[in-house]
Design a binder for this molecule. Structure first.
Ligand code: C5P
Length: 402
């Protein structure tokens, strides 16, 4: 039985036939000890009576943004809540949230909410599959909101497929898991390297790579949400962490990254090396912009330090290191070799052969390999969800090492 004692939950109900399940959901939240404040769109009211929900929640249900009583409430409610859950979320309310259109009480409260937001979509399978819907789901996830995945099965249209709202029990379990994890890394110091490195050729040119830093930043945010003290050594990236507690150390070259990482590594309990470090750098960096004089230009490159291997050698008892491997062939063997050679405890393998995985994508498909040779395969998912999977594995290792 879930325990949500004292949690304040804003429950948004939009106009889908799945709204009848929201009464069960409100009931389950309350049984688990939560306080529930229901908000409904006009379309939601067509499917289930506010009276039912007011009776269950023992609170007035807000359905109107422009009435006198609720005019200021969307701001207050957004600040009051420990979590906002929109279930069911229709395609049109999803689109409003994705675009920040605050023309109803739910989307207005959503824009004011400082708490974690969870959304459980419900729609017909073609609406769900439409690129507009998928882009909106992605957008909400990019805002840091949590998707409670849709189920498969018979839909109100009679069609069978994806688009069913998650069952109320699953939604409650989802929140419970979220809160259970919240402080699971409290007291832990985590060092994360992320992004590319730029190796200067002259003051304006460099050798770099296509890493966006998304995976490492998602890891830093997820670890911070779990209560860890995170140092993010970040190569040149247009992105930055969302969580204000993450301490970012911006670096340019592999040598800068090594110095910053070594500094933080001394105290780190857990180190995750997600950076795509350039293997070579120009032997010389010209102090002035190189002129276009000859038909060819020779650059001599020298090997960069291997940050992972250096930290691996310096690793003390009780420190954990997680590495990444991006392979195009003999993936498993190469990953296994790297795990050993660099003294990692876990290695996260992502293959460029998997569609949607790797550099610049918002999604990733990983396999995690441990020193014990245990292999765990994961589905293609948003990088935020991949980060949670990686941290779950790290936590499992912490427990087994105790
Ligand atoms: O050897 P390879 O580059 O495939 O190893 C990948 C792993 O090693 C990643 O975790 C990456 O961040 C790390 N690495 C590093 N310093 C380097 C090269 C790789 O930390 N110079």
């Amino acid at each position: 039985m879930a325990n949500l004692t004292g949690k304040k939950i804003l429950l948004g109900i939009t106009g889908s036939i799945a709204a009848y399940k929201s009464a069960f959901l409100a009931r389950l939240f309350i049984k688990a000890g939560a306080e529930v404040q229901v908000l409904m769109t006009k379309a939601g009211v067509e499917f289930i009576s506010p009276l039912t929900l007011a009776t269950l929640s023992k609170r007035h249900v807000y359905t109107d943004i422009s009435s006198e009583e609720s005019w200021n409430n969307h701001v207050e409610l957004g600040l009051w809540a420990d979590a906002m859950v929109i279930a069911p979320l229709t395609a049109s309310s999803l689109a409003r949230m994705a675009c920040g259109i605050s023309d109803n009480i739910i989307t207005a409260a959503y824009l004011s909410a400082r708490c974690p937001v969870f959304f459980a979509p419900a729609m017909d399978l073609d609406m769900w599959r439409h690129p507009a819907t998928q882009a909106n789901v992605q957008r909400l996830q990019d805002f840091g909101n949590h998707l409670i995945p849709v189920g498969r099965g018979e839909l109100a249209s009679g069609l069978v497929g994806e688009g069913r709202m998650a069952e109320p029990e699953e939604i409650v379990a989802y929140l419970q898991r979220f809160w259970d994890k919240v402080q699971s890394l409290a007291g832990k110091k985590i060092l994360i390297t992320a992004g590319p490195t730029y190796e200067a050729i002259d003051p304006v040119r460099f050798i770099g790579n296509r890493s966006s830093g998304k995976m490492g930043i998602a890891l830093a945010d997820a670890a911070a949400r779990r209560g860890a003290q995170v140092t993010l050594v970040l190569g040149p990236s247009s992105l930055s962490p969302r969580e204000s507690s993450v301490q970012s150390v911006p670096v340019q070259s592999a040598e800068d990254m090594l110095a910053a990482a070594r500094n933080a590594f001394k105290d780190a309990d857990i180190t995750i090396l997600a950076a795509a470090v350039a293997d070579y750098r120009p032997r010389e960096t010209a102090s002035h912009k190189i002129k276009k004089t000859g038909d060819t230009l020779k650059l001599e490159l020298v090997k960069n330090p291997d940050i992972a291997a250096t930290l691996g050698q310096e690793k003390k008892k009780g420190q954990l290191i997680v590495g990444f491997a991006l392979e195009t062939e003999n993936e498993m063997d190469n990953a296994r070799e790297k795990l050993q050679k660099k003294n990692f405890d876990l290695i996260v393998l992502n293959s460029l052969q998997d569609k949607g995985a790797g550099f610049h994508y918002d999604t990733n498909k990983i396999t995690i390999l441990g020193k014990d040779n245990k292999i765990r395969n994961f589905e293609l998912k948003p990088k935020q969800a991949v980060a949670e999977d990686i941290l779950d594995e790290v936590e499992a290792l912490l427990i087994s090492d105790v």
